[in-house]
Design a protein around this ligand. Sequence first.
Ligand SMILES: Cc1cc2nc3c(=O)[nH]c(=O)nc-3n(C[C@H](O)[C@H](O)[C@H](O)COP(=O)(O)OP(=O)(O)OC[C@H]3O[C@@H](n4cnc5c(N)ncnc54)[C@H](O)[C@@H]3O)c2cc1C
Length: 414
Amino acid sequence: MTVYDHIIIGMGMSALGVIKGLSSADCKILVLDNYDNKPEFADYCDEKIAIGRLGKGGASSLWHGVISNLSNYRELENYNDDFKDNFDELYHTNDHSLFEKGYSFIPFKPLRPFSVIQSKFSQKVDIVYDKVVEYHIDVSGKVEVRGEKQKFYSNYLWICAGMVGTISLVSKSTCQFGKFTNDDHMVGYFGQIRRTDLSSDFIVKNQYTFSGHFKKFHKIKLSNNISLYVNLRPAHFEFKDIRKAASKRSFFGEESGRVIHKLINSKSPGLILEALYNKFGFSIKSKVYNITGHIEILGAMEIEVSNTYCKSKYLKSEIELSEEDIKLIKEYFKTDVFIPLKIPLSPGIHYLNSNYHFDDTIDANLCNEFTGRKIIICGGAGLKYSSPEHPTFSYYSMSFRKAQSFNKFQKGRI
Ligand SMILES: Cc1cc2nc3c(=O)[nH]c(=O)nc-3n(C[C@H](O)[C@H](O)[C@H](O)COP(=O)(O)OP(=O)(O)OC[C@H]3O[C@@H](n4cnc5c(N)ncnc54)[C@H](O)[C@@H]3O)c2cc1C
């Protein structure tokens, strides 16, 4: 029987961070990923919509790669340094001040951890494709991980199975069944502004680099401590009608290849210009800007787990902004803003801050607390503070930090 030092479940962004962090130490690592390669669905407005992928690196094989540095975590010295180092290593730019000024980075090529793990780390880790059904700690203190095909053993288990996968796996392994809600950043077209009404400080240019571009996002604090995280997007052709623009809001929430195929068939000039703006920052002047991006929605989706199934469901599909929030948006842009009465929303698929009680969560600032832990949870499920920005690159950086801290903790014990 092989007993690994570490087993890592998943081959997404969180797993990549852990693998990179642990593989610098001399230890035996097994990486497990689901053998499936099929879409993952959730209920949304009486329909089933694809929200990710099971197997082959999960949603991290579909993400668009938009990178923000989470404002609520920037104060944490270790996290912030790792974020910067990981970012520089990939994109060879060291102008981090743009993140602090509210810009996000959109790379030409999103990082695909599944391929990176296979190509860069295959000499350092064993990779097995199996679907993990449950885990438990046996009498000798080893973690037993039961896959559909075989069993595996290790001293430590790192769960990097995405939010739905993590809740499902932890629930089934600890027999805590029920309904758990998660927050999400839901996508929408929140309003419209005329160019002539905007003061020049809001008309900011994208900043280009060889590997992608930085785009300015506005973080607008609304009531109830939630934020809008939006961009001023030049609106052209049919996108000048915000209802039409909003009807296309989930168009980009899919795998890049499918988006390109659908775009070619769409014959919609407004949509094509929108896509070029999103992906490459290519922008043509317009008299009108759409305020678009996402809003933090607390308890946006529910995951229900029993011992036989795991279902996810979106609880919201539109929002009405209060008078107070509309006032806050107008104050932010220092001008009149058109805001529709009802704003349709679609899933942002950033789920974070589950109400599930994860005993094994270690936050980025609590990395020293490994004593007695056998199981460590990473990704959105391991986040403690809400932050409105795109979170995924931070999952990578935080997982890396946790794994590095673990190495130090181990050394300290020897
Ligand atoms: C179309 C789309 C666009 C997106 N764009 C962005 C963006 O621009 N910016 C951003 O910040 N975020 C974006 N996201 C969100 C982003 O994809 C997720 O936040 C990210 O993938 C989470 O990474 P993770 O490693 O925690 O989980 P995942 O990427 O979901 O990886 C989970 C891994 O665990 C494996 N797994 C799960 N259960 C089991 C099991 N029982 N046994 C074995 N293996 C298992 C999966 O196969 C997978 O390998 C987007 C998502 C989608 C779908």
